[in-house]
Design a protein around this ligand. Structure first.
Ligand SMILES: [Zn+2]
Ligand SMILES: [Zn+2]
Length: 380
């Protein structure tokens, strides 16, 4: 039953192009599903803050009396869009599901007002996921619609469910990752008294300068980390998951093996923290790196040629994912392409884009868990 419902929803989301035109009820259906789910997640995180929400967000957003109104706003918009879908579209599965979600959320809201029990002490960060998805979606979906390079690539392209799941996981992981990197940083700091002068000097620089320095230092580390993951066979198994994406868009960059995420964050953030950069600079950097990663994977045709020598552009990183032979093991930098020039791995044929994406022969299986196990199962 649930499987059938899931399949029906998926089929309508992935409907052929001619059934997704304006006025077909497809846009209202998708909008209804997204807003009602966002409303549900935000409601859960608001009612059960100790279980579903991020500590930092609880302090900033949840105590704001407007938050309840915002949740209700989402549910009302979701409901109205669902009605539009039911009127306009012959296949009513999206609108129907959205209405069920709205009802579920309002029922939970009623129950929650009676018994306000906290469930546990772990926080899932569902609020962060919902806000994250809404913010990046609001920013990048129209951007890809207006400046898309591959015009016929749909929003729900192949393997979108896997990548959305990666997006969910990486959002939920934000806080445990912060925690995981904080403990070793503290341990280092306990033995760091003899470089406290350096730390003070670092922290006293202007914020923008600190961010640029962090960008440079982390990209230097990241370049060799990334190159090692390409060239050492055991590590390649993990990184192959990132390269298995056969379509590039704002969601594709989220696809990354958890081992690689933890390794990369640990090797880049812990040293920066130990060097004494201000926490605000590191937070700003993480936000920047996140937006940048989304941007360089996006399906956009910006050909900002004058920026090309200084900063990584979508075309530069798309070549890193290219299916062509020439695109193997090139363009490792995330911020500064001249690192690739310096180390001899720069590849940017004039005004061209790769003809396709992925790994030759497409050895990585589909599905999150198969991809999770892939590096351990791989024989060669
Ligand atoms: Zn790579
Ligand atoms: Zn990538």
């Amino acid at each position: 039953m649930i499987n059938k419902l899931r399949l029906a929803i998926r089929n309508d989301l992935e409907a052929p192009h001619e059934q997704r035109t304006f006025g077909s009820g497809w846009f209202s259906g998708v909008g209804a599903l997204i807003t009602s789910l966002a409303g549900l997640f935000l409601l859960l995180s608001w009612q059960y803050p100790s279980f579903f929400s991020m500590k930092e967000l609880t302090a900033v957003i949840h105590r704001n009396p407007l938050f309840e109104t915002v949740i209700q706003g989402f549910l009302i918009v979701g409901f109205l869009l669902a009605c539009a879908n039911l009127i306009l579209r012959r296949n009513k599965i999206l609108g129907f599901s959205a209405i069920c979600i709205v009802f579920l959320a309002t029922t939970l809201g009623q129950i929650g007002q009676i018994s306000h029990a906290a469930i546990a002490h772990t926080n899932l960060g569902l609020d962060w996921f919902a806000l994250n998805l809404l913010l990046t979606g609001v920013l990048f979906i129209p951007l890809e619609k207006m400046f898309g390079r591959l015009k016929d690539q749909p929003l729900f392209r192949s393997e979108w469910r896997e990548d959305l799941f990666y997006f969910l996981l990486s959002s939920l992981l934000v806080q445990s990752l912060t925690y995981l990197t904080l403990a070793p940083s503290m341990a280092i700091l306990q033995h760091a008294s003899h470089w406290s002068e350096l730390r003070q000097m670092m922290a006293s620089q202007p914020l923008w300068l600190q961010v640029i320095e962090v960008m440079f230092l982390t990209d230097l580390v990241q370049y060799w980390f990334h190159r090692a993951f390409h060239q050492l066979p055991f590590l390649w198994g993990f990184h192959a998951v990132h390269h298995s994406a056969q379509a590039m868009d704002w969601l594709a960059g989220s696809r990354m093996h958890i081992v690689e995420i933890i390794g990369l964050r640990a090797l880049t953030i812990i040293p920066m923290y130990a060097l004494g950069f201000a926490e605000s600079a590191l937070h700003l950097y993480i936000l920047l790196v996140y937006l940048n990663a989304t941007f360089v994977h996006a399906n956009v045709r910006f050909n900002v040629e004058w920026l090309k020598p200084f900063i990584v552009t979508p075309r530069f990183h798309h070549w890193h994912h290219g299916i062509e032979k020439e695109a193997i093991d090139v363009n490792f930098a995330i911020h500064f392409p001249w690192l690739d020039k310096l180390f001899g791995t720069y590849y940017m044929p004039k005004n061209q884009w790769p003809s396709g994406y992925g790994i030759g022969g497409h050895p990585v299986p589909n599905g999150y868990w198969s991809q999770f196990l892939y590096p351990f199962r791989r024989k060669n």
